[in-house]
Design a binder for this molecule. Structure first.
Ligand SMILES: Cc1cc2nc3c(=O)[nH]c(=O)nc-3n(C[C@H](O)[C@H](O)[C@H](O)COP(=O)(O)OP(=O)(O)OC[C@H]3O[C@@H](n4cnc5c(N)ncnc54)[C@H](O)[C@@H]3O)c2cc1C
Length: 435
């Protein structure tokens, strides 16, 4: 009897899981669900628009979705169109690959002021994610504060300061590009509670801000240690050393009179965002790092700004019926309960690159395979045939892999100004391109 599998989420972890299942069970059927019509999660909606080549990873996943025993069911949200129990009852195993892309909060006064935006919403907005089409980042006052010192924070800073010409090869959404380019930007401040050694950004991303057309990077040389101290070794230590070298070079750079400044401020922890109706500034407290932890010194300072973007980590938001444990779905090595598994950011939290999800998904599929091969386990649940009936009765407009090709062709035809495509930012427009 061939096995039937459901994968919820078509981001990297879901797609690596599909590949692994097909290897273990060559005769199986795999249904990949996504709440968004267009597949591949953060490859489409997270990866920075000026890192367009990174998005080519998705080509291998397209090949998987075009196999005869794999189906893509986009525009189907588990928890809204189908329940966790309905999937569990109709597939031999269900793999949740729903990511963890909801912003953690700072937990400080003023966080609810207009002009404070989480990185998910902000990045989603400039990447054309339908959930964030209506975000108003309020960039009209000259300076933006970005909280966080990882690659996402760096992406946000870079996209804010690049010129239209520098964004030409990108797939940034036109509505966001127009707003960013029209705003009177003078400064972007990137704040980190800890120091350069603890920063999460990587050398390649840091190197990209060396030579920006209209923006000078300001780094305080006194904040850059001479060497990487502590327990770090090997590759990790090498990455930190490269970061320190680049930061030292940036600190020493002649600052030509470029109109925009990107300020790196380490050892600064936000304590309050202030303003009457909207953000007018941010108050920070100086810290020192002791045993890897930021310790407050009591000394505060204010920085005027019109908007704040937080990029301090993310949590999963699973549909009803799946237990949350902190920021992830509660699991043991990827097992959740019964025939339910979890992979990717929803399993291990929001860290790691696209390829990191490959070994993670394969390890969970190994466990799943052992479970299904145990004595007494019977395969042969109906899979897609039962689910298709439910979706039809509920009038859900399922977007197939062929439909994805049609939407993509329309997006490519809509491209302007040298961009590879212009994404539809509303689901209705994607469906209209089909119907
Ligand atoms: C802003 C940003 C930039 C990044 N840039 C890079 C980069 O340049 N290079 C790199 O290697 N890595 C990058 N990463 C990391 C990389 O994106 C992640 O490692 C990877 O996307 C995690 O994969 P995932 O499948 O777990 O989650 P996701 O990619 O988030 O996929 C989850 C999918 O599940 C779907 N979903 C969620 N809930 C439901 C539901 N209830 N029903 C149906 N579908 C659902 C979502 O729509 C989504 O498609 C970046 C991450 C971020 C946040």
């Amino acid at each position: 009897m061939s096995a039937s599998f459901a994968i919820v989420g078509s981001g990297p972890s879901g797609m690596y899981s599909a590949d692994a299942l097909l290897k273990k069970f060559p005769d199986c059927t795999v249904d990949v669900f996504d709440k968004i019509p267009m597949p591949f999660g953060l490859i489409r909606y997270g990866v920075a628009p000026d890192h367009f080549k990174t998005k080519n990873t998705a080509r291998q996943f397209d090949r998987t979705l075009s196999l005869d025993n794999v189906r893509y069911l986009g525009n189907v949200e588990i928890g809204r169109d189908l329940s966790v129990e309905e999937l569990k009852d109709n597939y031999d195993a269900v793999v949740y690959a729903i990511g963890a892309y909801n912003d953690r909060e700072l937990g400080i006064p003023g966080e609810d002021l207009a002009g404070v935006t989480g990185a998910c919403a902000f990045v989603g907005w400039y990447n054309g994610h339908p959930d964030y089409a209506d975000v108003e980042p309020m960039l009209d006052g000259g300076a933006t504060a970005v909280i966080g010192i990882g690659n996402v924070a760096l992406d946000v800073c870079r996209v804010l300061v690049k010129t239209r010409a520098e964004m030409r090869d990108s797939d940034i959404s036109a509505h966001a590009l127009d707003i960013i380019q029209d705003m009177p930007i003078e400064a972007v401040h990137m704040f980190g509670r800890r120091g350069p050694v603890e920063a999460g950004f990587t050398p390649k991303e840091l190197g990209e801000i060396r030579d920006l057309e209209r923006c000078a990077v300001i780094v305080d040389a006194d904040q850059i240690p001479d060497e990487v101290e502590g327990d770090l070794e090997g590759r990790e230590k090498g990455i930190k050393e490269k970061n320190l070298k680049t930061l030292r070079e940036l600190a020493a750079q002649d600052k030509p009179e470029k109109p925009v400044k990107m300020h790196f401020q380490f050892y600064a922890s936000p304590v309050e965002i202030f303003g009457t109706d909207r953000v007018e500034g941010i108050r920070l407290e100086r810290t020192e790092v002791i045993d890897g932890r930021a310790v407050a010194t009591g000394e505060t300072f204010d920085v005027p700004c019109c908007s704040v973007v937080t990029a301090i980590g993310y949590y999963a938001d699973p549909p009803e019926g799946l237990p949350l444990d902190g920021a992830t779905i509660d699991n043991v090595y990827g097992r959740v309960r019964d025939n339910i598994y979890v992979v990717g950011w929803a399993k291990r939290g929001s860290s790691g690159t696209i390829p990191t999800n490959g070994p993670d998904s394969r390890s969970v599929v190994d466990l799943l395979t052992q479970d299904l091969h145990k004595e007494g386990v019977e395969l042969g649940k109906p899979g897609g045939s039962a689910i298709d009936k439910m979706l039809a009765e509920r009038n859900v407009r399922v977007v197939t892999h062929d439909d994805v090709g049609t939407i993509r062709a329309a997006e490519t035809a809509n491209a302007v100004d040298g961009h590879p495509w212009e994404k539809f930012i509303h689901i209705d427009d994607m469906i209209a391109a089909l119907d």
